[in-house]
Every structure is written in structure tokens, then in C-alpha cells.
Write a protein that binds this ligand. Sequence first.
Ligand SMILES: [Cu+2]
Length: 485
Amino acid sequence: MLTRRRFVASATTVLVGAELTGALAQARYSRKPGVAAEPSAGKTVAVRLDAAERPVALPCFGGHALPLWTFADGEWPPLIRLNLGDRLEATLENHLPRAQESSSVHWHGLRLPNDQDGVPFLVQPPVQPGETFRYGFTPPDPGTFFFHTHCNTAEHLGRGLVGVLIIDGDITEPYDADRVLLLRDWQVDIESGRFNPFFTLRGAARSGTYGPLRSVNGTVNPQLALPASGDCRLRLINTDTTRIMQIGVQGADAAIIAVDGMALPPFPLASWTLGPGMRVDIVLRAPGEGRIARLIDQSPPGHVELAHFIGQGVARRMTAFDPAPLRAARIAEPDMKSAERLNFVFQSSESGQFIGDASDAQGAGIGALCLSQKQFWTINDRAWPDRDHARLPAPLAVLRRGRSYLLSLKNDSPFAHPIHIHGHSFKLLRSNQQKTPQHHADTLLLLPQERAEVAFVADNPGDWMFHCHIIEHQESGMMGYFRVS
Ligand SMILES: [Cu+2]
């Protein structure tokens, strides 16, 4: 029986614990980010992205070779790496194996000219099988990004059609290692070695369809060797179509140094929520020679080990953990005095509520014409598309170029939505549910019933998508665009 005295004692314990957590969360390291250089003329990097079906036996497939759709032969995922100031010239060739299976490349998180943003119908024609399309741009910001197609994305991403894009030029001093960790599930039945459906009605109307096979860089819980006691940069990219993770580290000090590629003052990693489309760069003080640290998804109901790190070689650093910061991108600061307020409400449609309550419905998702067959989700009561793509709907909002905007985002649904903005990076000002430092992001996770405010300068002209990055939500209505003119 819980006596009053014991109750007081345990309440005190909880309070002390909470204070400790708060103190840790507010601990600061000594060094602050610098500012990234202006991109200066660099070299041109030419790449060929040959979208095609290829049998690939990733280690996580347990001996099966699955018909992946990939951008290149060889290593998966492909990596494009540039220095800030370099120009990328990427030629997409569509050799996907299905008639009318169109393609394009969206460079997720990059503040590019609108005609390079890779959204079919909105900014470029869809690239049909047998056709090619040339992208050419100079990325304006350093950091960790990725690229993927923007139509029938549940299947394209589900089959592996994704690549990593790293823009170097943000370090203030070298780290002891620099690794990419691409986190994702696979919709694979491991017994039969076949894909499960990439889109289900039940999943689309609820939190999305979870893949049963979790992986990092195509391996289940890989062991990654890191220089012992080194400060190692780990670039975590959630390219999953559905899963939201609570990232934590066990057995080592770790700090967050960038969110969605954008530097911020380093702060201790306790638990960081990483939804689809989101990235986080961390510095981890690698364990000593032969010792292990673990990357964990702390989401309920239980911890899942995503990867583990083993220290190797002579100890690199003996000093207390004080991670080197990055150089921050040059993003215009919104003027909050003159900012215009725009309200966005994310919720389910009536049919979405109906299906969400129903049992295991399955069905095809989006077709080759990017026409959603189901409309379960809305932004400001509008589901995408309300007509076919040849006749685009009106923008959700028209923004004046150069003006500052404050977006009030309200999730009026019982499911979380990672909301992604194209062509801009917004600044998270406040949330009624999440306590995170102010930071820039291109994808902001809205928890169930959460209200958040973000601000940005509409400094990039064009039509920009604004959508949920749980792909089944995106493809069943939760998408729109705004026009900067
Ligand atoms: Cu969503």
C-alpha cells in the first residue's frame, strides 16, 4: 500500500529527476557556430541518375535479392558529395520498368531555384520512361540532404529510389570521422523475400503503414567501427515513408550540432524526435578501444537498437566532451514586427475518419499520373489534388517576395505529421508540446493536437510544395503549395 510518507518520498524523487533532466537539457558546451562562407565558384560535378529496377541483395534482406528501384548500379544508397560553391549537374534518365511510371528528382531541403525543385506538373513536366531531364544548380547551403522522386513516392521510396547529398563546407575543425546513417524500414516479408503493399488504405488513414524490417544503410543493427575516443560526426537521415523515431545514444556522450542540415549551437542529445524527411547531425564521443556505444530508437513500447559503434585504435581525445560546432547557413532572419500571420490546420477528411475507424482495408495508392485516388487528409479543409494535375489547384496562399511570414500550424488530428516546406527553411519559434531550442528546419514534426509557430522570409520566388512527409498522408490529400511572387 502506498502510504502518504512513501508517496511524498517518491514524488520528491521524481521531482529531483525532473530537475536533473532539465539541467542536463540546458547544459551548454563552450563553442558557438560560425557562419558559412558565401558559396564561391567551385568545380562542376556531373552525375548520372539512372532510375531503373535492379536486383539488390542488401544485408538486411536475409539472402534475398529484391527488385529495388535505384538511381545507380553499385553501392546503395548512392552518395553525391560536393563542396559549397560547386555546381551539380545531374542527368536523370528514367528507365523504370513500368509504362507511364514517370519520375523526377526533388532535392529535399535545398533552397534551390524553383525550376530545379523536381515536383512534376508544378515546376517541371514528369519525366516519362525513356526520357531524360537535366538538373543544374549550385547549392546555397552546406549540410546533410537527400533526394527522391515526387510522384508515386510510397512505392518509389519503398523500393529504394533515394540518394544522399552532402554539401561540405560547414566544419570549424575536423572531426575524427564523418559517417552517413540512412535510417529506414523495408516493406518486405522476410520469409518470402517479397515486398508488402507500399500503400494501404488503413495505414493511409491512420499513422501510415510500418515496414517490418528496420535498417541502417541496408543492414539490421550494423556494427560501425569508429576511432576510439574520437569526436565522430554522424549524419542521421530518416528516409522512411512512415516511421517516427526517438533517437538516443547509450554508452557515449553525444550532442546535436545540426537539424535538417542547418547548424545550431551544440546541445546534449537526450532524445530527439526524427520523423520522415528529417535529418539530425550529431557528434558522438566514440567509446574506447573495443568498447561499444548504441544508437537507440526510444519510441514506446520498447527500445530498438538501430546500430552500434565500436571504438578502434589509439584513443584520439582525452579532454572533456566539448563538440566542435558547425558553420550555420546564411538564412534571412524574419522580421517579426512586420510578419504576416497565416494559419494552417492539418486534419483528416470525413472519408479519412471513416476508413481510419474501419478494419484492414488495402488498396492501390497513387497512379502514374500522380492522381490520388483517396482523400483522407486536408490542409485548411483542402485535399490534394482537388482536380487532375493538368489543372493545378489554386495555391494555399500567395506570399509576397521578401516579406516575413509567421505560420501558425495546428495539428487537429490524433496522428503526428512531419510537415515539409520546399525551397525555404523555416525557424521554429514555439510549440505547445515540444521543448526544443529554436532552430531552422525544412521538416517540422507536428505531434497529435500540437500547435506550433514558425517564421521565415519568403525570399525564393516560385510555387513551393507544403506537405506531410508521411508519404501515405501526402498521397491521400495532405499536400498543397504556396506561391511566392
Ligand atoms: Cu501526415
